[in-house]
Design a protein around this ligand. Structure first.
Ligand code: FAD
Length: 664
């Protein structure tokens, strides 16, 4: 009768897919005592999500591992649209750029999820010094939250209790459906029943492999069938459609001319197909299965779906071109449906992220991206609260910021998948058909959303823009509890929008003239940043304003102790690089001195011509006045929190009040 062993951690993450791994990455970067468990015995090795949108790449870059994905992936540059001509034969009708032009230094790339998970795992290992490792084959079986401890965010309070069980090897490795040797994704697709309840039932007879885990916070990143969500009694709202699609990852043998382009192919009568060219000569085909219909229960019979009938459906759509394959890497099928969670958190203690709170069709390449970005939004907030640095109220902004994005995603996917799955209109009088002009328009317009760059968080204690922070649609109050919420002056940086991610232009390092994208300097290390657009520091009145601002910063009892620890400072001026001296023209606080390593040469930048890469025209791009500059505060996730004048009055008070609203 041995007692079940008990242990404690600050944050428990359930599920090690893209969302869980992103969260664990923040925990590793911020030095949090976290555990991450997954019921599967192995990571995934093929298939599943493969599209990485621009914003995800910017995030990877901020952690420092984007180069690995960028090198290995296939790059998507152009999208071709194929539609029936007047004889009903498909022909290329349009070419458009795959992503909006000029928005980022990255474009969309394709690389399968298993590789992306690998990059995360390596990064977590390195930054946690191996203290955070995915514990695989581990199943949580019960969850209770001690209501009495709920409001107590002190370091000794562990309100969450989870019983976990270590599974046997056969339980932890799912059987492939259809006895096929090719790996398929049906066990994780929405056409498969979830096996969590089965595993819990089997486990009741097993003894000795249980553990009680007590945690301060818990995050359910356990996918579409989320066990965590069900424990909390939260639901996903939305309906499945009748559209069934198959997915093949193959090396195609074909005479179709655009097989290495991303393509949307609408056939006259046989459904639609999407071509996604991938790494290693692979191509992913998303294929509408018009002949397979859901039964009375609303679900399709998955035993009917095999690679053979998926490729036959593709051949009909792509005719008169030929399409076969010898090698299939992975395949799956899914039923289109859009669903979004009612709640993203339970009393700021248990959170849900990723597919656990939104599911939709995979063709728009959003699922993995939005899932990772949920966790990216939550991770730094949790870390700051666990460390006792930030007020626990910032955790409420997780739901207020991310639920809106999930809703937008669902609306986008609803529209996109309807246009994709519909029959093309024969002419303008054919109202039942989908207009191909409308499809193209929706694609081009949706591109901005699909790139992840249009995310615009609402007013809150973290975003000092005008608007009601006490009413977030769902009633969440995300204003600051301290004093009245500070409002920034957006006009001073017309293109650095409060609530949106900090855009990027090239600037030069003042000390060594090397060009950098300014966004590269906003590393995901858990720190806020004061970005001083110092303007023309050679003009005496402007230099005076900069000096006064810096004096206030150094004299501030609230901000000064946090400088460089929790709040970094970056400067970008607009005077001529060669006429300015780092040590002479900038107050010490902008390039602080360290006894052991000397001056900091990586904090002051200039908007000037480079030798080899042109002129970034950053001030113009950011919409900031070159003479007078301004001050911007970015959050640890590169979203803009505050914009104000660079002066010792309103400007400094704004920055200080912004931080007083957040830090303890
Ligand atoms: P998941 O990746 O589902 O991870 C959940 C994890 O939790 C799993 O590792 C699972 O084993 C674990 N788990 C589940 N239940 C439990 C439990 N009870 N206890 C412990 N662990 C548990 N997205 C894109 O962005 N682009 C694409 O091109 C794309 N294509 C797709 C193609 C297909 C065929 C499919 C099926 C999905 C596709 N997606 C795509 C979606 C993408 O895979 C998901 O949106 C993404 O993986 C969600 O990440 P997640 O971490 O939230 O959940």
């Amino acid at each position: 009768n041995t007692k079940t062993p008990e242990s404690k951690c600050d944050v428990l993450i359930v599920g090690a897919g893209p969302a869980g791994l992103m969260l664990a990455t923040w925990m590793a970067r911020c030095g949090i005592n976290a555990r991450i468990v997954d019921k599967r015995g192995t990571k995934i090795y093929a298939g599943q999500a493969d599209g990485l949108q621009i914003r995800s790449l910017e995030i990877f870059d901020s952690f420092g591992f984007c180069d690995r994905a960028w090198k290995e992936a296939n790059h998507m540059i152009e999208m071709c649209m194929w539609n029936p001509d007047s004889d009903g034969v498909i022909r290329r009708s349009d070419r458009v750029p795959d992503v909006p032009i000029g928005m980022s230094r990255f474009q969309q790339i394709v690389l399968h999820q298993g590789r992306i998970e690998r990059f995360f795992l390596d990064h977590i290992k390195k930054h946690s010094k191996n203290s955070i490792q995915v514990e695989r084959g581990v199943l949580p079986e019960s969850l209770s939250v001690d209501e009495k401890l709920m409001g107590d965010h002190s370091t000794s309070s562990y309100p969450i209790k989870v019983k976990i069980r270590h599974l046997t090897e056969e339980e932890a490795i799912p059987a492939q459906s259809n006895g096929s040797s090719v790996s398929d994704g049906l066990f994780r697709s929405n056409l498969a029943e979830d096996d969590t309840d089965d595993l819990i039932r089997k486990g009741q007879s097993k003894a000795g492999t249980d553990e009680i885990l007590k945690a301060k916070y818990m995050v359910g990143c356990d996918g579409a069938h989320s066990w965590t969500r069900r424990q909390l009694g939260f639901e996903l709202h939305g309906e499945p459609t009748d559209f069934i699609w198959g997915v093949l990852d193959i090396i195609p043998i074909t005479d179709f001319p655009d097989i290495r382009m991303r393509c949307a192919v609408h056939s006259a009568e046989n459904g639609s197909l999407m071509v996604i060219p991938r790494e290693n000569k692979l191509v992913r085909l998303y294929i509408q299965l018009k002949e397979i219909k859901p039964d009375a229960s609303g679900r399709a019979d998955r035993s009917q779906i095999k690679p053979d009938n998926i490729i036959k459906a593709a051949q009909k759509i792509i005719a008169p071109y030929n399409l076969t394959y010898e090698y299939c890497d992975w395949w799956t099928a899914y039923q289109i449906g859009q669903r979004v969670g009612t709640n993203f958190d339970y009393n700021s203690r248990v959170f849900l992220a990723g597919d656990a709170v939104h599911t939709h069709s995979p063709k728009a390449g959003q699922g993995m991206n939005v899932s990772m970005q949920d966790a990216y939004n939550l991770g730094w907030k949790l870390s700051l609260v666990v460390k006792g640095l930030a007020k626990p109220e910032i955790l409420k902004t997780y739901q207020s910021e991310r639920r809106r994005i999930a809703q937008d995603l669902i609306d986008f996917d609803h529209k996109f998948s309807r246009l994709f799955s519909g029959r093309p209109a024969i002419d303008v009088l054919d109202e039942a058909g989908v207009s191909m002009a409308e499809f193209k328009q929706a694609f081009v317009k949706g591109n901005m959303f699909a790139s992840g760059l249009s995310v615009d968080y609402g007013a809150s204690m973290l975003v000092a823009k005008a608007g009601d922070a006490t009413e977030q649609g769902d009633g969440t109050d995300v204003s600051s509890t301290s004093k009245s919420r500070i409002i920034g002056t957006q006009d001073l940086a017309a293109n650095i929008k409060m609530g949106m991610r900090f855009p990027s232009f090239k600037v030069l390092n003042q000390a060594d003239a090397r060009p950098w994208h300014l966004q590269e300097k906003l590393r995901s290390d858990g720190r806020f940043r004061i970005v001083l657009f110092a303007g023309n520091v050679l003009a005496a009145p402007q230099k005076e304003r900069l000096d006064v601002f810096c004096e206030k910063m150094v004299a501030s009892a609230f901000v000064q102790p946090r400088l460089y620890k929790d709040i970094a400072v970056l400067t970008v001026h607009s005077a001529k690089r060669t006429e300015v001296e780092l040590l002479r023209d900038f107050p010490d606080v902008l390039h602080p001195f360290d006894e052991r390593t000397g001056w900091d040469y990586n904090s002051v930048y200039v908007d000037d011509e480079s030798y080899h890469e042109g002129h970034g025209q950053a001030y113009e791009g950011y919409g900031v006045d070159k003479e007078h500059g301004c001050v911007v505060v970015t959050r640890p996730d590169q979203y803009v929190g505050f914009v104000g004048p660079l002066d010792g009055g309103e400007g400094w008070t704004g920055v200080e009040s912004y931080f007083e609203g957040i830090f303890v």
